[in-house]
Each structure stands twice: as C-alpha cells, then as structure tokens.
Design a protein around this ligand. Structure first.
Ligand code: GLC
Ligand code: GLC
Length: 628
C-alpha cells in the first residue's frame, strides 16, 4: 500500500479529534479540571494522542478505516472467541503460530491471550501483576514475536485481545520502585498513607476480594513507613486515578499496545478504579467518566481498537459498563455477561429457569447501542453467586439459601450433585463461597467417568453443548475457554505447585491436551463429541445472520419450568431459541411457539425440522433449538 501523505493523515486525525471532542473533554474537565497542572495535562494528552497516531503502522491505519466503514464488525455472527494462556496452550508465541489452523477449523475469529505482559517474578496472580507494560512476558517471547502473531491473525481476519491491568501495577513496576524510594512524584501514582487512620476509615465500607490469602485492602510497609492501598494481593498496588499523570501514562501504554496490532483491550478490574470514602469503592460515577475518556482516546488515535471492560458485578451495576444514560454508546464496546454465566449454572443445578428468566428479562435491555456482551460459561476466574436477595425473592426463593445451595452443589457435596469443583475464598463475614472448576467437571463429566456411569457421561456432554449453544445465540461474542471444546477436566497439578497451591482457580487453567485434539477424529469419546458439537454450533452461528448482536434479545416464558427461551429480533424475522435445562423431555405448545413469531417449524441449529407431537414441540434432555 502506498504511504498516505502527511496532510491526509493529519486531516484524518483532526477530524477524529473533532468527532470525539464532546466525549473526552467534559469528562476530563470534571475529573481533573481543578488540578493545578490541568492545562499542561491537556496539552500533553493531545501530544500523546498525535504521537501515537503518527507512529501507527500503515496497515493498522487501513484497518482503522475499514472498521470506520463497518462499525458493527464485532457484533457479527462470525465472531467467536477463544481464551488461553500462551504457555499452557502452545508453549510460547512461536508455538501459537503453529496452532492457528486448529483454531480456524474450530471457527474461532478472536483470541484473548491471557495476561502476557511482563509480570513480576514468582506469584503474579496469573500475570495480573505487571511490572512492564511494554514488554511481553519473556517466557512467552518478545514484542517483535507478538507483532508477528498479531499480523498473522490479521491476515486471517482474526482479532487479538490482551489484558490491560489498569487498577494496579506490580510493586516491582518502575513507578512503584521509585515511589518506594521516596520519590514524591511517583508516590502520587499510588494510594499511600503515612498513618493507618484513613485506611481504617475506608475499610469500614470496603469488601475483601481475596479474604483467604490476601485479607484487607491495605498493606502496611514498616520499612517505607506507609500504608498502601492493595485491593487484590499485597504485590498489586492500586493506582491513583485522581492523578491526571496516571491517566496520561495509561493512555500512552494503551496506544503503544494498540500500535502493536492489538484489536481488543480487556480493561481489567475497572470497577475498582475510583475511591470514595464511605462507599465500597466500586463502580463510582468517576469510573465511567474515566472509561468513556479512555475509549475516546482509542477512537481518536487507534479507532480499529475496541474495549472490553471486566466488571464482575451485579446486573444493575454491570450495564453502565456498556454505556447507559449520559455514557450511552460511548463506553465499553464489550463487557462480560456475568449474569448469564451465573444463571446458566443456577438453572443447571436447580433444573428451574424461573430465576434465570426473571433476572435476564428485568435487568437487561433488549438492545445495546454500539456495544455487546462477551458471553461465556467459564473463564479463568472463580464463579461468584451474584444473585441478589431481591431477585431471588421475586421468584419465591431465599437469596442466602440459594447461594449456599449453589456452592454446595458445585463443590460436589450436595446429595445428588453431578459436579466436581473446589471452593475459592470463603468469606466468613458474608457467608460467600465462590467456586472453581472446569466446565466439564462442573457439568458432571469427571464424576460420571469416575463412577463408570455411561448415561451420566452422556448428560454431561449434553450440558456442555447446551452451554455453548446458549452463549453462541444469546447476542454478543461467545468466548470459549481453552479446553472447554474438548471437555478437559479439572487439573489438580496446582496442588503440587507452590506458587499456585493457595489459589484453586488453577484447577481450571489446565495445559492444552493436544493428544485429545489428535484423537478427535476417531471416536465417540466425550471429548470428541464436545469438540464436534461445539464446532457445529459455531458453524451454524455463522450461517444464521439473524444472530447478529445488533438484533434485540427478548426473554420469553414458555409454559415449562425447565426451559429457558428468548427471541432474537431480526428485521428478517424472529429466531426463537429454546434450552431445556433438565434431564427430562419437555414439551412446548406449537401454538405458543407460533405466537412468538416462528412460522416454519425449523431448527436452524441442527438445520432440521423441529420434532412435534400432538401440537407440541418435543425437547429431549438438555436440548437446544434455534427455531426460525
Ligand atoms: C481480574 C482478573 C483476576 C485477577 C484480578 C486482579 O478480576 O480476572 O484474575 O485476579 O483482576 O488483577
Ligand atoms: C445438532 C447436531 C449435533 C450437535 C448439536 C449441537 O443437533 O446434529 O451433532 O451436537 O446440534 O447442539
């Protein structure tokens, strides 16, 4: 491609700046306007944006234009994500290049590389304790190799997502080291206190994220004479976002990564970015101002890039991360649909979809503007039972009893449970017990195989395909967590790994089983069944244009307690998606289905006619049907 002339490039930048001006400056005025160095900050930010734009490689500028012309690129049904740790999946970055054919064959068009920037040595919270944002973890390779990988993805029409941890840095980060040496400029990058008085006052209303192994939200360093804000682990120092210099530094890093070929920035733990005395210091209004301003910075200097915001919070608190009210259409392009994930597991255990239907119909709008969900069944983190007492009560359940039941069920202790899981961070104060475990093991495969229970194995396979069909059709980008397409079970080796033994989340972060991949062609093993079923689901998703994430999702209520249903509201007609969450046959009246807008009794997922008996649609155990 010919090099664009400087004038045209400058003009594009100026136009983009103009377009985003109303999104960025009012936010920064409100956040930092009273700061003594505000004018210098504004000037420096403009310089930073222009510098990043000038340094942006020509092929990425071309992608910027392409995505300006196709702003719905991430909402299309050919988008399907896959999430892995580089070492556990392929050894290193060079290994990843050899595995791309496998992912393309599975139907993957988006890869989330789990934390891959240089972490602190030793325990790094799975890489979320970053000491250098401009270097790749040396165990995985170099930045040059990373750029080769993103270029290879781009050539295949695939996108790359990486984590940007912006709530905290490792205490080994250069800024933290300077702060520890007493440099006042860098001490202001963090939240440091000379006495325990303020930390104590904040603590009155804070919740603990890791109560077992990192209790409290502050760490006292006697040698530094400081109390430092550490929401997560002791080695993760929270950044002071009230300091505009922190904003500037992160924008520089963000655009530096964008210019290496990153398409999706997963902004980690964003809820915690702003602190206010007397609150939980989560999802404060300033968080959304910061996120809107960061989003505008990407739109100005690297518009091909979108933001995925990680906020694992209750439904009403989560939606603003996709932009609501004054931030409508201007904040995250993607946010994790934590409620869909939690409700999937809840309905699977109870064989009752009423709470699921209630939560998903009352708290979530049918459509989102310029944004969509990241839908998932499992990720690298624990599952917290984010169900409010009010929502439980609305369907006649007790919140505490339901949450307690789910923990027991998925740990495996509840009589009749099919699951094999592990507890994560039991909080005695709140009674909260989170759960770790792989999709396959939580869905019953591990236990059934141990017992030689053939029917149980079959049910577990069907539960997994139910889950993958759900996240592929609900609306959003489905994210398949590495190994879930092969039904990989829990990995207990973390118990023998000193830096992981305290953290049961490693039970569901296995190494890739390439032998299972090789064996998928012969055989009817559960692993092969889940692989071919998942591949089929993604292929059918691509074929059904109506599943575009821009089309609305409306939860509807069939007259069968174990069936979850929603309509996808495409201009070309409705797709009625049905999911049987029980191991029994369920029957839905044909009249009801027609009243939902379905005319042909055809299942777009199996691409076969839907089975009907005496005016009823017959759904086998764990059936999933996309009726058109
Ligand atoms: C996010 C990550 C989690 C990590 C935490 C702290 O929630 O998903 O794995 O422990 O942030 O960085
Ligand atoms: C269809 C396919 C089957 C696949 C399933 C996925 O029924 O025929 O092979 O497992 O869809 O849900």
């Amino acid at each position: 491609m010919a090099k664009a002339t400087a004038t045209a490039d400058d003009e594009i930048f100026a136009l983009r700046l103009e377009r985003s001006a109303p999104d960025i400056w009012p936010m920064l005025d409100a956040l930092y306007g009273r700061h003594p160095a505000f004018d210098a900050f504004r000037a420096n930010l403009l310089k930073t944006l222009k510098k990043a734009w000038d340094a942006r490689p020509v092929d990425l500028k071309r992608l910027d234009l392409k995505r300006d012309l196709e702003p719905d690129w991430f909402q299309r049904p050919d988008m399907a994500g896959y999430v892995f740790y580089i070492d556990r999946f392929a050894g290193n970055l060079r290994g990843v290049l050899d595995k791309l054919d496998y992912l393309t064959d599975l139907g993957i068009t988006y890869i989330h590389f789990m934390p891959c920037l240089k972490p602190r040595p030793g325990d790094s919270d799975g890489g979320y304790s970053v000491m250098d944002y401009r270097q790749i973890n040396p165990a995985y390779g170099t930045m040059a190799e990373f750029e080769q990988v993103t270029a290879a993805l781009r050539a295949r029409g695939m996108s790359a997502c990486i984590d940007l941890v912006l709530n905290h840095t490792a205490k080994e980060h250069a800024w933290a080291k300077k702060a520890a040496k007493g440099d006042a400029r860098y001490q202001d990058y963090y939240l440091m206190f000379d006495t325990p008085e303020m930390p104590d006052r904040y603590s009155e209303t804070l919740v603990e994220v890791f109560p077992d192994n990192a209790p409290g939200n502050f760490t006292h360093y006697p040698d530094l004479g400081k109390w430092i804000w550490t929401t997560f682990n002791e080695h993760q120092w929270d950044l002071n976002w009230a300091n505009p210099q922190v904003f500037l530094e992160i924008v520089e890093i963000m655009l530096h990564l964008a210019n290496r070929g990153v398409d999706v920035l997963r902004l980690d733990a964003v809820a915690f970015m702003w602190k206010r005395l007397g609150t939980r210091c989560q999802s404060e209004p300033e968080v959304h101002m910061l996120l809107q301003a960061l989003r505008a910075c990407s739109r100005i200097a690297a518009p091909a890039v979108i933001h995925l915001e990680e906020a694992i919070v209750a439904p009403s608190e989560m939606l603003p991360y996709l932009g609501r009210g004054q931030h409508d259409g201007k904040e995250g392009n993607l946010a994790y649909h934590n409620s869909l994930m939690v409700q999937f597991w809840g309905a699977l255990a109870t064989r009752d979809t009423r709470l699921m239907g209630h939560v998903l119909s009352t708290h979530f709008p049918e459509t989102l503007r310029n944004a969509t969900y990241a839908t998932y069944i499992r990720c690298h983190d624990d599952i917290g039972w984010a169900v409010t007492d009010e929502d439980a009560a609305a369907v006649g359940m007790s919140g505490p009893a339901h949450r307690g039941f789910l923990s027991e069920f998925y740990e495996g202790g509840f009589p009749g449970s099919f699951a094999t899981g592990a507890l994560f961070q039991v909080n005695e104060a709140t009674g909260d017990k989170r759960i770790s475990g792989s999709f396959a093991s939580l869905a019953g495969l591990e236990q059934a195989q141990k017992l030689g229970d053939v029917a149980g194995v079959e049910m577990a396979v069907q539960r997994m395909l139910l889950g993958h069909a759900l996240i592929a059709s609900f609306g959003g980008i489905p994210l398949i967590y590495m190994g879930d397409e092969l039904a990989l079970p829990n990995d207990y080796s973390y118990l023998n790994t000193p830096e992981h033994v305290h953290d049961s989340r490693w039970i569901h972060r296995p190494r890739m089983d390439w032998q299972a991949v090789a064996q998928r062609h012969d055989g009817t093993s559960p692993s092969a069944q889940v692989f071919w079923g998942t591949r089929h689901i993604l292929a059918r998703r691509r074929a059904v244009a109506a599943l575009h994430a821009g089309n609305g999702t409306r939860v509807v209520f069939p007259d069968a307690g174990g069936v979850f249903a929603f309509q996808r509201l495409a201009p070309t007609g409705v797709v009625l998606c049905l999911f049987n969450f029980t191991e029994h046959w369920q029957h839905i009246s044909e009249d009801w289905a027609r009243a939902q807008g379905v005319s042909l009794m055809h299942d777009a997922l199996s691409d076969h006619p839907v089975e009907t008996h005496h005016g009823a649609v017959a759904l086998p155990p764990y059936a999933r049907v996309w009726m058109v």
